[in-house]
Design a protein around this ligand. Structure first.
Ligand SMILES: [Fe+2]
Length: 247
């Protein structure tokens, strides 16, 4: 229950005006983070946050063993290595991680891999839920229809971004500096906040297509993993994130 309350509070906080201002500032200043961002609930810290559900809660799409290893080993390691890199490179860990990601080319490869890895997984856990609507509604639904033609067309394009990512990486739905929705993908643990990213913007939804995310149940069948993953996307969270980013 405590975890669920944490999740509700997080989602509720994403609707605050300050969040929108920060995101708007981020988008309008080429993804640079304003000095006010340290108090923003949409920003990401350097510590791993509690998983907002049990390891087996998403079994419809991802088995509990995979979730447990993914969260306690892979993601925990990114957080630990990020903190190590931050100490070595003089980064103030009281500031948002986004400030580092926006200027990742100025830091080490260790910071890039683990800063991205930590940020991406923190978003990934919150982007899934064992319950909730099967598709977006409201302003996000309208924006998806306008940008991609339909929700089904969006799913196909996004799924293709994940299927076609060679090796390990992520598929993304982002809002860019012109407040347009775009689909992209990044290799390894890169993400669209990074100054080195091919497609830059604010990430609304990320899909982990590293084999560690699906191999126990799906083996080499990444496409089957992606098909089932849609069943557990937390559209309430993504909608709140979009509306905060758009304001
Ligand atoms: Fe992962």
């Amino acid at each position: 229950m405590a975890l669920l309350n944490t999740r509700r509070n997080f989602i509720a906080n994403t609707g605050k005006a300050g969040a929108g201002l920060w995101i708007g500032s981020t988008l309008l200043s080429s993804c640079s983070v304003s000095k006010k961002s340290s108090s923003n609930k949409l920003s990401t810290g350097f510590q791993q946050q509690p998983l907002p559900y049990s390891y087996s809660a998403l079994n419809e799409a991802i088995d509990g063993t995979t979730m447990e290893i993914h969260y306690t080993k892979h993601a925990a390691s990114y957080a630990s290595n990020l903190q190590d890199a931050a100490k070595n490179e003089g980064v103030d860990m009281n500031k948002p991680l986004e400030e580092v990601l926006n200027r990742i080319s100025k830091y080490s490869t260790k910071m890039r891999n683990n800063g991205g890895g930590h940020y991406n997984h923190e978003l990934f856990w919150k982007s899934m839920s064992p319950s909730g609507p099967e598709k977006p509604s409201g302003k996000l639904s309208t924006a998806i229809d306008e940008s991609f033609g339909s929700f089904e067309a969006f799913k196909t394009q996004y799924s293709d971004a994940g299927k076609n990512r060679f090796g390990s990486g992520w598929a993304w739905l982002i809002i860019d500096k012109d407040k347009r929705l775009r689909i992209g993908s990044t290799p390894n643990q890169d993400n669209p906040l990074m100054d080195v990213a091919e497609t830059k913007g604010f990430p609304l939804l990320g899909l982990d297509v590293w084999e560690h995310a699906y191999y126990l149940r799906y083996q080499n069948k990444r496409a089957d993993y992606i098909t089932n993953w849609w069943k557990v996307v937390n559209w309430n969270f993504i909608q709140d994130r979009y509306q905060a980013a758009y304001s």
